[in-house]
Design a protein around this ligand. Structure first.
Ligand code: SF4
Length: 366
């Protein structure tokens, strides 16, 4: 099957005619709706954009999880990034989606308007090039993302090292997804029947990376097309009803059992795993990637120390609860009023994969 087959309307219709009655009879047996978490921000968008969230709503409560990297970046990291932008000799380079994320007192976008040298780049490689063209300045790249993004940043660090580019630095706020899911399953208050695991992260870490869930929770690694979404929900529901706690790989067209060993090796050689702060969660053990000892002269936090800024989040912003799946965007009193994609107060409204921006664009009138 090619990607278009997974969007085939006729096939989707035929599948839903079988799956919807199954879900209806299953929730009668269960006595309530299923509660499944879509861990990944891309899944959050796909469910809403395709209307599948609405189609399934009578049977399944879909809960958005901690899979939007911008959203889970801790406020203290945002404040650090803004502090770098305020350093006279520093050029800050970043992916565009970080520009409007509010720190405690400003955003990178506002800092740039006020004269800071903040540049949007499309890859960490571009940041290395910026450093090579500005030898008398320090160029700090803001590294935000999960297992999917981190290998590209690692390669840029290795390239800078090979080319002896000494004015390139990375502020690493990279995170690993499984420890956050582990934290969720240890939370006794959370009632999650099963997890739809992120397809892209799974390409890197493989089915093997989720084995800690086996024997605990039904979980499916799923793709992002309409037929992927529907079949993932079907298998999750079926496994809940039959009591199976397998980790099913329904995205085998891209995800292997072992993941991508080459990318994992690049991560291992460049970074070291440390405990880090997540928005909403606090510190999670073994969940972050700091630059390892072989490349520590490229570590912005070590080489360009700045005074730790005092951190505070926007009053009333519920992003911390939303990324844990404890609240929905509509429960935030600021949603769609004081906080909109044009004037976001929290990262969940800034990121195109954030739950708040997704609900704002696709769910707000329902
Ligand atoms: Fe935060 Fe805005 Fe979402 Fe409310 S609507 S939780 S203020 S991002």
């Amino acid at each position: 099957m090619n990607v278009f087959s997974y969007r085939d309307g006729k096939m989707f219709q035929q599948l839903s005619e079988k799956i919807i009655p199954f879900l209806a009879s299953s929730i009668e047996r269960l006595g309530r709706k299923f509660r499944f978490m879509e861990v990944c921000g891309t899944h959050t968008v796909s469910f809403s954009k395709t209307g599948i969230r609405e189609l399934l709503a009578p049977y399944v409560e879909l809960i958005s999880g901690p899979g939007c990297p911008v959203c889970v970046t801790d406020q203290s990291d945002m404040d650090h990034m803004i502090a770098y932008a305020r350093e006279k000799d520093v050029i800050v380079t970043t992916f565009g989606d970080m520009m409007k994320v509010p720190g405690s007192v400003s955003t990178l976008s506002r800092e740039r308007a006020d004269g800071a040298d903040v540049r949007i780049v499309y890859s960490a490689d571009d940041a290395v090039e910026t450093a090579k063209q500005n030898c008398n300045r320090q160029v700090v790249f803001l590294g935000v993302g999960f297992e999917t993004t981190a290998p590209g940043i690692a390669l840029a660090i290795q390239k800078a090292s090979r080319e002896r580019c000494r004015n390139f630095f990375v502020y690493s706020a990279h995170k690993l997804t499984p420890p956050a899911v582990q934290t969720l399953i240890q939370d006794a208050e959370h009632q999650i029947d099963g997890f739809l695991l992120p397809g892209h992260v799974s390409v890197m870490i493989g089915r093997k990376g989720w084995m800690f869930l086996a024997d605990k929770h039904p979980a499916v690694i799923g793709g992002f097309e309409p037929i992927d979404l529907l079949t993932s929900i079907y298998f999750l529901a079926r496994n809940v009803i039959s009591g199976k706690t397998d980790i099913m790989n329904l995205y085998s067209r891209f995800v292997r059992e072992e993941g991508n060993p080459k990318a994992l090796d690049i991560l291992k050689k460049t970074f070291q795993i440390i405990p880090v702060q997540w928005r909403g969660f606090g510190e999670i053990d073994n969940s972050g990637l700091a630059i390892g000892s072989s490349y520590n002269s490229y570590d912005a936090a070590r080489m360009i120390p700045i005074q730790k800024p005092k951190t505070k989040t926007a009053k009333g912003c519920r992003c911390g609860e939303i990324v844990k799946g404890k609240e929905k965007p509509f429960q935030c009193k600021l949603f769609g009023r004081a906080c909109t994609p044009e004037k976001p107060l929290g990262p969940c409204m800034v990121s195109s994969e954030g739950a708040c921006s997704t609900y704002y664009y696709f769910e707000k009138d329902k």
